[in-house]
Design a protein around this ligand. Structure first.
Ligand SMILES: NC(=O)c1ccc[n+]([C@@H]2O[C@H](COP(=O)([O-])OP(=O)(O)OC[C@H]3O[C@@H](n4cnc5c(N)ncnc54)[C@H](O)[C@@H]3O)[C@@H](O)[C@H]2O)c1
Length: 257
């Protein structure tokens, strides 16, 4: 039997058996889908969410750990990550999925609080979560970080200025961190750029904004949570070891680069 056949035969392929994963914003939507997928692949998953009841109920459904965490707060992130270390052990995988869209308005109707609120979760949140786990990953010479950006971060969506800018920041931060840790063990840092995925985040957006986003997708449909979770699963697996600093498209053909 070849090495490749052996790997499949022993069901090692994309297995996350024995690994510890954190998924932020895992209480609903895309995050919940990622939690379920990583759990199905054998990971012990910690579900972080601002809303404690969501984190606990998703975690309870699969025997995982639900932790209340506000990713925009340094103290909250440090406390939550320490709880994972104490209860599940060292962290192999972090999926920074928590994010907010902010108000859908043109710039002339926004104020600086709109910018700060979106940046606090989408940018500071990713920065703080990465900072909380990176030294441990360097010490263990292993880690997978996956940041959920957006097609808005590549193209910019009208009426979503702060959100689009924050996701561009996530893509660039991912590239910087990936280069800082490259060659220091098997640590990768990647991002993904989904187009519209049907979740509750869309409920807070203006109808015209959602219509605009769907109209830009050549496949003419929204993506599914399962499609996003499958891509994330690959990128956080051991097998994805020679890919870092990349932003993966999952946009039904919308992205042109
Ligand atoms: N749905 C889409 O079309 C789409 C497209 C591209 C990118 N994204 C990104 O995917 C990610 C998930 O989006 P979704 O559609 O599942 O959103 P959602 O609103 O359904 O879920 C987001 C989750 O994050 C949690 N959260 C919010 N602020 C938090 C904080 N400060 N700390 C911890 N948790 C917090 C919420 O409680 C919620 O459970 C976001 O980063 C979003 O920007 C979504």
């Amino acid at each position: 039997m070849s090495e490749a056949e052996e790997a499949v035969d022993e069901q090692k392929f994309f297995s996350l058996e024995g690994q510890v994963a954190i998924v932020t914003g895992g209480g609903q939507g895309i995050g919940e889908g990622i939690v379920q997928r990583l759990h199905a692949a054998g990971a012990r998953v910690a579900v972080f969410d601002l809303k404690e009841e969501l984190a606990k109920s998703v975690a309870a459904s699969m025997g995982g750990l639900g932790v209340q965490c506000d990713v925009s707060s340094s103290a909250s992130v440090q406390k939550a990550v320490q709880e994972v270390r104490n209860k599940l052990g060292p962290i192999d995988i972090v999926v920074n999925n928590a994010g907010i869209a902010g108000r859908t308005l043109p710039l002339w109707e926004l104020n600086e609080n709109d910018l700060d609120a979106v940046y606090a979760v989408n940018v500071r949140g990713v920065f703080l979560m990465c900072k909380a786990v990176i030294q441990e990953m360097l010490d263990r010479r292993y880690g997978r970080i996956l940041n959920v950006a957006s097609i808005a971060g590549k193209e910019g969506n009208p009426t979503l200025g702060p959100y689009s800018a924050s996701k561009a920041a996530v893509i660039a931060f991912t590239k910087s961190l990936a280069k800082e840790v490259a060659g220091k063990g098997d640590i990768t840092v990647n991002s993904i750029a989904p187009a519209v995925i049907r979740t509750k985040i869309l409920d807070g957006l203006a109808k015209e904004t959602v219509q605009y986003m769907v109209s830009r997708i050549p496949m003419g449909r929204t993506g599914t949570i399962e499609e996003v979770a499958a891509l994330v699963h690959y990128l956080v697996s051991r097998e994805a070891s020679f890919t870092t600093g990349q932003c993966y498209d999952i946009s039904g053909g919308r992205a042109t680069y």
